[in-house]
Design a protein around this ligand. Sequence first.
Ligand SMILES: [Zn+2]
Length: 401
Amino acid sequence: MEYDLILRRGHVIDPSQGIDRILDIGIQKGLIAELGENLPTGPGTQQIDVSGKYVCPGLIDLHGHWYEGSCFGIDPHICLNHGVTTVVDAGTTGFVNFPEFRRNRIDTARIQVLAFIHIGCLGLPTSLVGELVDLRFARPKETAAVIEKHRDITLGVKIRQGTMTGTHGLEALDLALGAAQASGLPLMVHISTGAKTGEILGKLRHGDVVTHCFQGRGDGIFSKPTGQLLPEVTEARKRGVIFDVGHGCGSFSWETARRAFQYSFYPDTISTDLHRFCVDRWAKSMPTTMSKFLHLGMSLEDVILKSTCAPAKAINRAEQLGTLRKETIADLFVFELQEGDFEFEDTHLCIEKGQRLINPHLVVKDGEPIEPGSYPASLRELYDCDQDVFRFVEETAQETV
Ligand SMILES: [Zn+2]
């Protein structure tokens, strides 16, 4: 067999197969062909020496916003610079604008984009007004119909519970659950302020996703008077509800994560919630977010698991994504674990110093090597009204629950 590309002597970590050692990886026709030692070269084989570096499956970011027709959206190709080869759009569009998002962005993208469809017909158009303060925007039937029509890339239904649902609370959640049930797919629920997390969790099913699990403000995973982990959280995990990080600019607290770890409550999946307001500060990237969990004491293998095969499983793509098994898509992330003093900030403006940073070295997408930084994706301009989002983060920074 002649390989198109061999990555030589990298420290391969693939939690999907329990691999943690120095290996060559042979790639042919965009697929993983072989993992082994001293793989043979042919006349047409490109070789890249990655000795001293780590190699893992291409990262999967389970929560981000990639539709630039929304004030939150950013170009998903930014993530190729970070080692992410599959991004999941967390309901930036609804049934009205998803077909256009697909046609103009998803279908032509170099990076793989999959999507949850928001129960609100326009998704998340703006930060100015909650998308479901008027419940007439929620359209279960049409949401299920657009999911069905785009079944190859749609993953389920999204809803944000909190001030963005106005006074509708669980009524809005029921509409979203109805659409998810009709599609036979998961619901992804954002938890924040103004909607009781215990009540929300009571309604969720095996495979549904709770995002922002360590947000630390408003209504979270701990009981307000006692500070104990809510019993509904433990029950939901037992039932197979998935707890996702979704860092963003308002949803990650060191204190909350540490307190959860004391209960041996770790996230199921690590994600950025990358959008226009947190790409320059706070979440920044998958490697930055992953490095924060290294700093909190999780092992490198566990951090990789929760950024590769765990999100692949959550979106029912574990056969093809988040793994280096033979015959799967050759999406890989090569990185170094840089040692030094690095500042990491949570969304409560607390800066901690960590000693290890996951630093991208090379990305392979569909078997083709890409230099990190070679996708200089531009961001939309910020307007006066956008500053309200940053002001809100500053003003509410001290709230932790
Ligand atoms: Zn989000």
